[in-house]
Ligand binder design. Structure first.
Ligand code: WTA
Length: 644
């Protein structure tokens, strides 16, 4: 296969050019401690660290610690340190659901709002180390709430506003939050989202929550429980502007973020203060080549890691101006992103392949009627981008003049690990190109043998980087088991990957039971357990299937209890059921009633076969002779649900 090569941008790099990139790699290889010590100067330390890297992935002395004896505060790095030089520069440009509904907060204003918010939290009894759950729309107060937690050393756990009351309750219980921060309602695509009502439902199962802090977003009519619920605007009335930042040790917890894995309930990924902040600060500056005064727009929601790292912490730590978008790309029409880019003067756009594909389908006209002259760098994240979508993004959105950074990373990695740098890397559409300096990758086969040169295998990291997650909240054993036992001594990403003759990495997608729907991670086990919780369902198996816009869709095979009859109505009921149990993103795209599932004689469901059926790859079902009842496969094939 021959790929078109797009040469790196020329001109003066804001961050790294080719030579600087090479010399960083050199430094990381010859003197790792010196290299990381240098990189860590991108943040301000209250107590300088003396130890740099102290990590081992081996079971006997497993540990991940970075800059451990240093102390710092995240909100001071994101706010206070910019006040003298850029206090009046916008920190956040908020764009509401309706075009032109905007609000700008300067660094000074955001600092004041954060300090006051932090004092409200203190008044509600929140102390260092306490967990606070956030269930919020993309409003500026959400960033202030995050920063307020970091200011006093509270650990935030953000739950995406699209998750159901049940999912919210599970996450509140798992980390034992004492306070929940929500809005009365959210607005997305012209619709209202009943956030406060969802919190009320969730709290029926969360006796440990003492207070709910409610932010007025829409002014909608919501129930208030006296004694428990507090309006933010009321609480703000009698607090002071002064809240000194709490000195935190580098390894003190910063936040928990729940993410789906191949088994069981979502895991509470824990990130700590020093390493995470260094990593997002550095990668934001390097990967997007951010320059002072530019406007950066990452369209992710703060409910996902991309929103944490590249809407809030990375940009603010760099003194950048970040856009917070509370709407959707399709509202009020498919020109929304492009019209907004022109109106606000956005210089860097960071979005997901699924959004690009969805907008590409609507035709070039929506894009070309805008100028997009302000754009300089484009980015993507969340799933592999197909070369066709890459080409459209480059040619139509970027008018052929903006480098695209295809950034590979995970909730677990805290920030970007594999990506081009605009002024240092020649681009190949569909490839995340190469690991960032100091990031140690390998491809291994199923047995763990290291594969050299041009090859395909499973992607592992052989050494730590500062932004790495430190543990699964409350379950360190699960952390070790999940990531470090498949290939002992190495961190297993769960992703498959090809490496070409030029050393470029091409992520091929998950090799475990995680599916990536519109860039959102979904555990098949979670959807299955939601389905079997319905009274009509005996058994369910869920796999991914190719989906033109979402990347992957959810295909569910469902066996009903004896006496239950399959019907279109029941199919609709079950899809709605999953929406209610987990959230709209988990709703199956295809649902097939299956009289039986293909199982081995020991009763294990043969997912490999179900995947092939879902993919409509019926010529190559592989060996079915080990099945307890090979006949079930024929029935499943005959009754396959037609997918787009
Ligand atoms: C996938 C999102 C290909 C991958 C930041 C990974 C990607 C999972 C890319 C993590 C990319 C993310 N190219 N695949 N540029 N970026 N992925 O935790 O499968 O929501 O393991 O983090 O998304 O998803 P998560």
């Amino acid at each position: 296969m021959t790929e078109t090569l797009y040469p790196a941008a020329t001109g003066r790099a804001g961050s790294l050019d080719r030579a600087a990139y090479e010399s960083q790699w050199q430094a990381a290889a010859t003197d790792p401690d010196g290299y990381w010590r240098d990189q860590a100067t991108c943040v301000d330390w209250m107590t300088p660290f003396t130890t740099v890297k102290d990590t081992s992935f081996d079971e006997a002395d497993f540990r991940i610690r970075w800059f451990a004896d240093g102390a710092l505060n995240v909100s001071a790095n994101c706010l206070d340190r910019h006040l003298a030089t850029r206090g009046d520069q916008p920190a956040i440009v908020w764009e509401g659901d309706e075009p032109g509904e905007t609000r700008t907060l300067t660094y000074r204003e955001l600092h004041r709002e954060t300090c006051r918010f932090a004092n409200v939290l203190k008044g509600l009894g929140v102390r260092k180390g306490d967990r606070v759950t956030l269930y919020l729309p993309m409003i500026a107060e959400a960033a202030a709430a995050m920063l307020a937690c970091t200011r006093i050393g509270a650990i935030h756990s953000i739950v995406f506003g699209g998750f159901s009351p049940d999912s919210l309750a599970n996450r509140i219980q798992d980390c034992d939050s004492s306070v929940v921060i929500c809005a009365d309602e959210g607005c997305r695509g012209g619709k209202r989202i009943p956030l406060k009502r969802n919190v009320d439902k969730a709290l029926e199962h969360c006796p440990g929550v003492r207070h709910v802090l409610v932010i007025c977003r829409t002014g909608g009519d919501v129930p208030i429980t006296p004694g428990r619920d507090v309006w933010l605007h009321d609480a703000l009335e009698d607090v002071s502007d002064d809240c000194p930042p709490e000195p935190m040790k580098a390894e003190d917890p910063l936040f928990i973020l729940y993410t789906s894995g191949s088994t069981g309930k979502p895991k509470g990924v824990l990130h700590t203060t020093g390493g995470y902040l260094v990593w997002v600060t550095k990668t934001f500056r390097d990967v997007f080549d951010y320059r002072d005064g530019e406007l950066f727009w990452c369209t992710a929601d703060i409910g996902w890691v991309t929103g944490h790292s590249y809407v809030v912490y990375g940009p603010l730590a760099n003194g950048a101006t970040t856009v917070m978008f509370d709407g959707v790309p399709s509202y009020p029409d498919h020109g929304r992103l492009w019209e907004t880019i022109d109106r606000l003067g956005v210089n860097i756009l960071y979005t997901a392949p699924t959004a690009i594909r969805a907008l590409m389908r609507e035709g070039d006209g929506w894009v070309t009627k805008s100028s997009r002259a302000s754009l300089r760098v484009l980015g993507t994240v969340g799933e592999p981008i197909n070369p066709e979508a890459w080409g459209w993004y480059h040619r139509v959105v970027g008018d052929g003049r903006c480098p695209i950074v295809d950034t590979w990373w995970q909730t677990e990695t805290g920030g970007i690990l594999i990506s081009p740098l605009p002024y240092a890397t020649d681009l190949k559409p569909g490839s995340a190109t190469k690991p960032l300096p100091g990031v140690r990758t390998e491809l291994v086969d199923a047995e763990g043998a290291v594969l050299e040169g041009a090859t395909e295998g499973n992607l592992v990291l052989t050494d730590s980087w500062p932004g790495q997650m430190r543990t699964v909240w409350n379950d360190h054993e699960r952390f070790f088991q999940t990531y470090f036992t498949t290939y002992p001594g190495k961190y297993f990403t769960g992703d498959g990957c090809r490496r070409d003759a030029d050393g470029y990495y091409w992520i091929t997608g998950r090799v475990d039971d995680v599916i990536n729907v519109s860039g959102h991670r979904m555990g098949t086990a979670e959807v299955e357990s939601a389905l079997v919780a319905h009274s009509t369902v005996a058994e369910a198996a869920v796999v991914g299937m190719p989906h033109e816009v979402k990347g992957q869709g959810i295909y569910a095979f469902v066996t009903l209890n004896a006496g239950e009859e399959p019907s279109d109505e029941l199919r609709a009921t079950l899809r709605q059921w999953v929406r209610n149990e987990i959230g709209p993103i988990a709703s199956p795209d295809a649902l097939q009633f299956a009289p039986g599932l293909p199982k081995t004689r020991s009763g294990k469901i043969m997912r490999r076969i179900l995947r092939k059926i879902a993919e409509n790859d019926l010529t190559n079902l592989g060996d079915t002779s080990t099945l307890a009842d090979p006949g079930v496969v024929d029935t499943l094939v005959a009754e396959r649900v037609r997918t787009g």
